[in-house]
Design a protein around this ligand. Structure first.
Ligand SMILES: [Zn+2]
Length: 133
């Protein structure tokens, strides 16, 4: 998985941001579909009924729950990271939005390993630092 700095360097901020939103909403739809599947399976689940059908339904509920939790956590993380970076991508020099060029990047040493990027504006060459979660 590419870091935000790698993605922005390769695609430019606006395309990277758009792809993050599209990809994160793919995870949202996956999480939503898992919720619908869980509700449908819960309706079919009969713990007193014949074993194999009930056990397979129960196994599918557990699997859909795990996939759904993963998908929704990923959705929230991607969306929050993209929004946090978008807020910092307004040039302090000329107020242009999303016209950044990544000069350097690294990892901040802490538990969650947030990243920093030294960026410059493509219009006025003003430089500043942004941090991603
Ligand atoms: Zn600027």
């Amino acid at each position: 998985m590419a870091t935000p700095a790698q993605g922005i360097s390769k695609l430019g901020f606006r395309i990277w941001y758009e792809r993050q939103l599209i990809e994160s909403h793919f995870y949202f739809v996956t999480g939503f579909m898992c919720t619908v599947l869980i509700m449908a399976l819960m309706e079919e689940l009969n713990l007193r009924g014949p074993g194999p059908l009930s056990l397979s339904s129960l196994a599918m509920i557990v699997a859909a729950t795990l996939v759904g939790i993963f998908a929704m956590r990923r959705y929230m993380r991607m969306l929050n990271r993209a929004e946090a970076l978008a807020e910092q991508c307004v040039c302090p020099g000329c107020t242009s939005y999303g016209t950044i060029r990544v000069l350097d990047a690294g990892v901040i040493e802490s538990d969650e390993q947030p990243q920093w990027m030294r960026v410059s504006c493509r219009k006025c060459d003003h430089q500043w630092q942004v941090e991603s979660i």
